[in-house]
Ligand binder design. Structure first.
Ligand code: SF4
Length: 53
């Protein structure tokens, strides 16, 4: 993906939506979710739009 969305920074290079060579997502919108019942730290959240390359 060469497109970048400057509003969504991301360093997950294994994702098919990651912008090559830049720390951004290429999607117009992502969905962020939590896998915890009572999230307290950033590690409790996940990008549900992630797809493996
Ligand atoms: S979909 Fe999520 S994990 Fe994938 S590049 Fe975008 S923000 Fe990162």
């Amino acid at each position: 993906m060469d497109k970048i969305n400057p509003s969504i920074g991301c360093t997950v290079t294994q994702c098919m939506y990651h912008s090559r060579g830049q720390d951004y997502c290429s999607l117009d919108k992502i969905m962020v979710v939590t896998h915890e019942t009572d999230p307290k730290v950033d590690q409790c959240t996940d990008c549900q739009s992630f797809r493996r390359k």
